[in-house]
Design a protein. Structure first.
Length: 151
């Protein structure tokens, strides 16, 4: 784990976020992932946060869920940014302003150094949206890890 990530989000914070994901996923068939990157790599400097999030979405296997209803919360620490990216089935039901509102509120929390709580609130908001459109189904299984992906 990168040094900056360790300083800003120690292991117990990452575990609390993973626990929040597990809790909200009990109410939905949707999947939530959180990915935290310290900074852009040299070969990524020209990429926007959205482009980085799209790349990460695919690398994390989020397009392979049964209902295509996964949501990624992608954090780029160097700029204290969050980008929320939804897969095709949820994207068609929720407008981009909803995701942007969550991202803006969370980034505001980041500016106050409320990383853990900001992400836990964002997970809860995304989980509520997913539960509205994709309630938990009998026999539903957790398709993706709940742990925060840190690189």
């Amino acid at each position: 784990m990168a040094n900056l990530v360790k300083q800003i989000m120690p292991a117990q914070d990452l575990n609390a976020i993973a626990d929040a994901i597990a809790k909200v996923e009990q109410q939905t068939s949707g999947e939530i992932r959180v990915a935290v990157r310290q900074r852009r790599h040299r070969n990524e400097r020209s990429l926007s946060v959205e482009e980085l999030a799209r790349r990460e979405f695919h690398q994390l296997g989020m397009t392979k869920t049964k209902h295509r209803n996964g949501v990624l919360l992608f954090v780029l620490l160097e700029h204290r940014e969050l980008f929320v990216l939804a897969d095709e089935q949820i994207h068609g039901k929720v407008d981009a302003q909803t995701w942007q509102h969550i991202a803006d509120n969370t980034a505001s929390r980041f500016s106050r150094k409320e990383f853990r709580d900001g992400l836990i609130d964002a997970v809860a908001q995304v989980g509520g949206i997913l539960a509205q459109h994709f309630p938990h189904e009998k026999g539903d299984r957790d398709e993706l890890p709940n742990e925060v992906d840190v690189r």
